[in-house]
Design a protein around this ligand. Structure first.
Ligand code: HEM
Length: 155
């Protein structure tokens, strides 16, 4: 069954502007967290438009941050923006499906360290602040992301 699902994923068309990736099983469980209930948090993030701006800004901050920019060199940023928007939308109760890879698969062999995560979280906090997301709502997203550390980070 898993094999069949993997095969199905392998035959999905590659979205415009993105590079193909090795086949994997598409599953919302890959998002690494369950969605919040209700749509209050989604509203606090200003819905699709707000999350779109936050992710675009986060990717820009990361690629111009001397602490972590090298990690993003040569990566498929079109795919990264799309899947990150899906992941945040799914978790924040926006009703999207997450079609990306698991956090373990997406970051394997990257050798990410705790300091890299700290830099990325700082950049995410700036992006959320610039969007005017209330502090409590920011922290609810961060709390959902925190347990993913064990899958994305090596030490
Ligand atoms: C909780 C923390 C994190 C979350 C939620 C997250 C989320 C994601 C998502 C959704 C993807 C795309 C998956 C896919 O292509 O199928 C991804 C890929 C990626 N992430 Fe993260 N990430 C986290 C931590 C980090 C950190 C700390 C860094 C580096 C500073 C990083 C760098 C990257 C890079 C370079 C890719 C592209 C990998 C590739 O295309 O092969 N991530 N991440």
């Amino acid at each position: 069954m898993t094999f069949l699902l993997a095969l199905a994923a392998a035959t999905l068309p590659v979205p415009a502007g993105e590079q193909p990736v090795d086949p994997y099983v598409v599953d919302n469980a890959n998002a690494g967290a369950v969605p919040v209930r209700g749509d209050a948090l989604w509203q606090a993030f200003h819905g699709q438009a707000g999350v779109g701006r936050i992710v675009d800004s986060l990717v820009l901050l990361n690629t111009s941050d001397p602490r972590i920019s090298d990690i993003f060199k040569g990566q498929d940023l079109v795919r990264l923006r799309r899947t990150l928007k899906e992941q945040f939308c799914y978790i924040l109760g926006g009703g999207c499906d997450y079609t990306g890879r698991s956090m373990k698969d997406a970051h394997k062999d990257m050798g990410l360290q705790t300091a890299d995560l700290a830099a990325l979280i700082e950049n995410l906090q700036k992006a959320m602040r610039d969007e005017g997301v209330p502090f409590g709502a920011q922290n609810r997203l961060l709390a959902k992301l925190a347990p993913m550390k064990r899958d994305a980070i090596e030490r």
